[in-house]
Design a protein. Structure first.
Length: 156
């Protein structure tokens, strides 16, 4: 299952961006996922086709985690979520990527993972929350691009 860094033409993350591209470097890129109930759902994707964190060297691992944490910090600063969920599965797409998902007690699935069972009787609150996040999306994206670019600055 482990990748060797060689692009896999059957892999959606080798052949596509995996979302709306926000930032890209030689090693990784950041995209906004298209998840209706979670407008700020963000992914950090390692560019090379590897499956596991332990396939990366220490410096690459650190670099990837710095980006994930920059996304988390931006979500906390701009969106003030009740919780940030970090997840790396790759069961369906075994190409290393992290999901960074701001969560609120009144979102569709809380306290379940966003892939879990939806909460009952929450449609009005869910739509209000979705609209609240969507309204802040431009500020979030601006801060995210700024935060990620700061990582690329010399001495970062
Ligand atoms: Zn891939």
């Amino acid at each position: 299952m482990a990748g060797n860094g060689t692009p896999d033409l059957r892999c959606p993350l080798c052949t596509g961006e995996g979302g709306t591209l926000l930032a890209r470097t030689r090693n990784w890129h950041v995209v906004l996922a298209a998840e209706h109930d979670y407008p700020a759902f963000t992914r950090v994707i390692w560019n090379a086709h590897v499956a596991e964190m332990s396939e990366l060297g220490a410096a690459d691992r650190d670099e990837l985690m710095r980006v994930v944490l920059a996304v988390e910090q931006t979500q906390r600063a701009v969106l003030a979520p009740d919780k940030v969920n970090l997840a790396s599965f790759g069961n369906v797409v075994p190409h290393l990527h992290w999901h960074v998902i701001p969560r609120w007690r009144d979102d569709r699935h809380f306290p379940e993972p966003v892939w879990g069972r939806a909460a009952d009787g929450r449609d009005v609150a869910v739509e209000a929350r979705r609209a609240w996040v969507a309204a802040r999306l431009p500020s979030y994206l601006e801060a995210l691009v700024r935060g990620v670019n700061r990582l690329l600055a010399p001495g970062a």
